[in-house]
Design a protein around this ligand. Structure first.
Ligand code: PLP
Length: 276
């Protein structure tokens, strides 16, 4: 059985085998919910405040009642305590519209998937996929929910499956204009001449928490930082490219669209700046 802790708002930690999802929950049937995935290590949740802030912002974009950040924090703490000393874990906090009258919140703690350890060690291959939207698609179109972290990830998961069908591990979305956007579950970071770059959120991507951590710690590792709009050509020309996200940390991209990349020698610094 999967090693798992489940905690539900108003109930606390529950038996994971008995935890039921309401079949009428709009998060389940329509993906009408928001979530955060947080890394738990050494009994601490990485960047908890930034994750809770983004949850509140995502909920606002979906016109959900504001989640009670203190109650969510307490739920996270009880789930983390129940996980105890089982080691590094992935913590998923979901805030869903429920049946349409009462939103609810639950937390699931699980071990880090095995393939993540492999990617941290060996890197990963990506393909670039056209997201089918211009970089400014979100401007004046709040219904696109650009920048909200919703559970409507079927498109993102389809992109990963397409990547796998093309002998890669993951994808990088580009706009219809060919601008680098983000991975299905990660922010794109690249290095050029000692400066780390990432696209600005204005291109229509999620504001990542991990990239913020890397940016905060970059100077201590002798690296500059910049928000830069880029093409896939810029990624090929970079000294190093990484996918960064909360649970995986910073993972080296070793090939883009079948074209291999050398080791930049910067990966250890980027991983350390990401807190791994
Ligand atoms: N972009 C997308 C689409 C994501 O789903 C994620 C994380 O899941 C990220 C970026 C990276 O965000 P974070 O660093 O907060 O995990």
């Amino acid at each position: 059985m999967t090693d798992r802790v489940v905690a539900v708002l108003g109930q606390g930690v529950v038996d994971p085998a008995a935890a039921l999802v309401d079949p009428a929950d709009l998060g389940v049937i329509r993906g009408d919910a928001v979530f955060e995935t947080i890394r738990l290590a050494d009994g601490r949740l990485d960047a908890e405040e930034a994750h809770l802030k983004r949850l509140v912002r995502s909920a606002e974009m979906l016109d959900l009642p504001a989640p009670d950040a203190a109650a969510c924090g307490a739920l996270l703490a009880s789930a983390g305590a129940a996980w105890g000393d089982r080691g590094e874990a992935s913590v998923r906090l979901v805030y869903t519209r429920g049946d349409g009258t009462t939103p609810t919140c639950f937390v699931v703690v699980e071990p880090i998937p095995e393939h993540i350890y492999g990617q941290r060690r060996d890197g990963l291959r990506v393909v670039t996929l056209d997201r089918g939207l211009p970089a400014d698609a979100g401007n004046g179109r709040p219904w696109l929910l650009v920048g909200a972290k919703t559970t409507s990830y079927a498109v993102n998961m389809a992109a990963v499956r397409v990547a796998k069908s093309r002998s890669a591990d993951d994808a990088i979305f580009v706009s219809t204009g060919g601008e680098v956007l983000e991975g299905p579950t990660a922010t794109v970071v690249w290095a050029r001449d000692g400066v780390l770059h990432t696209p600005p959120v204005e291109v229509g991507i999620l504001a990542g928490t991990t990239v913020q951590t890397v940016w905060r710690n970059a100077a201590a590792h002798g690296l500059g930082t910049a928000y830069t709009r880029a093409s896939v050509h810029d990624l090929h020309a970079a000294d190093g490219v990484w996918l960064v996200s909360s649970v995986r940390g910073a993972v080296t991209v070793v090939a883009i669209d079948g074209i291999g990349r050398g080791d930049s020698g910067v990966t250890a610094k980027v991983q350390s700046a990401a807190g791994l």
